[in-house]
Structures are given as structure tokens and as C-alpha cells.
Design a protein around this ligand. Structure first.
Ligand code: 2AM
Ligand code: CA
Length: 282
């Protein structure tokens, strides 16, 4: 059965990614969900393709898509699925992660599809159509990039680490995020901020980046990438070191070796900024 989950998700991610790539240079309809929070016609077309495929193959499953696609029951209701038709299975779909990049023609974005069962991630698929890189993780079976196993980096010291983060669409929230970014900046080799949470997590999984922190985020941004990091030998948690939850709103992902040092910086800087980074805005 898990092979079927994987093959449906991989085919949907590749086809949706192809659709995004094809449309990148065409004029776009851009709408605004907030002051700087965009949605394009490509987000919607990609989501329709993916949700259509998943609902056709697994009509009884829950599904939560960024642009509003909903399956049998969108949110995890906390039940283990026993006694209902879902079997506890829920899909998390980001049809275009890196929408701001996409709307600007900046070629760094991805499709992200995750499957969880009663809150446990089973499958993560992320496809970057511009580099033709397909990242897949299945619980207990490792993580791959285009079919080859990937592993997190061996970096042990923050000062040798290249980290990544992202900033909120909520401009007021950025004022809280900035001191945290500054605290890291003075302790690491470098920080990259390239606008796709899913690819940030894949890059940690592949050892291209050593760690990533961000909050607030949405379940569809992190589900697939979180499993990729774990299956590549890394560690994921919330921003205080508690368990990562697929329907939580924040993530700290690292190669494992750097996790404690990153938590210490987060603890010190959020205390100093006087407000928790992780407070959910919506
Ligand atoms: P999106 O491109 O699908 O909107 C940018 O930091 C990354 O965070 C992107 O992956 C973006 O996803 C995601 N993100 C999700 N919710 C966000 C929010 N409220 N503010 C900023 N970025 C958000
Ligand atoms: Ca998106």
C-alpha cells in the first residue's frame, strides 16, 4: 500500500511541477491574500491537479491544501481514524511553495506533498521542477534525491554552519523574527533566505544546509520536508525543543549535531526580544 501512496504522490508532484515550470514565463494573474501574501493562477492550477489525483486514488482520506482544497475531513481531528473511513490518513498539499519567488520569476520553488496517519508522517515528496530534483522520504525507509540516498551534514560547530530561515507575510511579525536572525548571524558562517520552506528542509536533509528555523508556518509547508530531514539522519523539533507536530506551526530542523546549539540561540534571543517567535498569528 505504501508503494501506491508514493507512486500517486510522486506522479502528482512531477506533473504539477511541470505545470509550474511551463507557466513560469507566462503572464500571471496575481491575487493578494494579505499585504504581501500572494496567490497566482499557477498555485490554483497546481493544487487542482494534485488534489484531483489524490482524491481520485484515495477518496476517503483527509486532505488539506494551501489554496483551499479539502478532502473527506481537512484537519487532523486528533482521532486515530479508527471507526471512520479515513483510516487516519491525511494529505498535506502545498501546490507551490515559494510563491513569492514564483511571482517574481525567481526560479526557486517546489511542490510539497505529505501523508500522515493519526499525526505520524509516513511519506514526504518534494519536487523542484527547475532543477529536476525529486526528494522522497518514507518512514523507516530513508530519504532520497532522484533515487539516491541523502544524508544530513556532519557540521558540528555553529561557526562552520550555513543556516536558513524565512520571514513572515505578517510585517509586524518580522519585527519579532529579526532579533532572532541577528542572534544567529553573529554566530554562524552564513545564513541563506531563499523563500521556500520545503526546499530549505530538503537542503538540510541533503547536507547542503546545516539547519533551519522558522515560525509561524503552515502544515503544508513543513510536513514532507520534516520527514525528509528525519529520514536523512537529522532532527526536527518545535522551536523550544519539543516534538515536531505536522499540524504545529513551527520547525527547527538540523543535522542533529547542531540542534542543541540552535535551541540555545533561539532560547536566548526569543527571551531577549520579549515575545515568542512561535506565537501563531492567524
Ligand atoms: P508559500 O510560498 O507557499 O507561501 C517563506 O518564508 C516560506 O514560508 C515559504 O515556504 C512560504 O510558503 C512559507 N510560509 C507559509 N506561511 C507563511 C507565512 N504566514 N508567512 C511567511 N511565509 C509563510
Ligand atoms: Ca504555497
Amino acid at each position: 500500500m505504501t508503494d501506491r501512496f508514493r507512486s500517486v504522490a510522486v506522479a502528482a508532484a512531477r506533473d504539477a511541477g511541470g505545470l509550474l515550470r511551463e507557466r513560469l514565463d507566462r503572464p500571471r494573474e496575481v491575487g493578494f491574500k494579505g499585504t504581501v501574501d500572494l496567490v497566482t493562477d499557477a498555485d490554483r492550477a497546481s493544487e487542482a491537479l494534485i488534489a484531483g489525483r489524490i482524491q481520485e486514488a484515495f477518496p476517503e482520506h483527509r486532505l488539506l491544501g494551501e489554496e483551499g482544497a479539502r478532502g473527506a475531513l481537512a484537519e487532523d481531528d486528533g482521532s486515530d481514524g479508527e471507526g471512520d473511513a479515513t483510516g487516519g490518513f491525511g494529505w498535506l498539499v502545498d501546490p507551490l511553495d515559494g510563491t513569492t519567488n514564483y511571482a517574481h520569476g525567481y526560479p526557486h520553488f517546489a511542490v510539497s506533498i505529505a501523508l500522515e496517519q493519526a499525526g505520524t508522517l509516513l511519506l514526504g515528496v518534494v519536487y523542484d521542477p527547475m532543477r529536476n530534483e525529486l526528494f522522497v522520504a518514507e518512514r523507516g525507509r530513508g530519504a532520497t534525491r532522484n533515487g539516491e540516498p541523502i544524508h544530513v551534514s556532519g557540521t558540528e560547530d555553529l561557526i562552520r554552519a550555513v543556516l536558513t530561515t524565512g520571514f513572515s507575510y505578517d510585517l509586524a511579525r518580522r519585527a519579532v523574527q529579526a532579533p532572532v536572525w541577528r542572534a544567529f548571524l553573529t554566530r554562524v558562517q552564513g545564513i541563506r533566505q531563499t523563500g521556500s520552506a520545503a526546499l530549505n528542509l530538503c537542503y538540510v536533509a541533503a547536507g547542503r544546509l546545516d539547519g533551519y528555523w522558522e515560525g509561524p508556518l503552515q502544515p503544508w509547508d513543513t510536513g514532507a520536508g520534516a520527514l525528509l530531514v528525519e529520514e536523512a539522519g537529522g532532527r526536527v523539533s518545535d522551536l523550544r525543543g519539543g516534538s515536531f507536530r505536522p499540524y504545529g506551526r513551527e520547525i527547527l530542523a538540523s543535522n542533529g549535531a547542531l540542534h542543541g546549539a540552535m535551541l540555545a540561540v533561539l532560547a536566548a534571543s526569543t527571551a531577549k526580544s520579549g515575545e515568542a517567535l512561535s506565537v501563531v498569528p492567524d
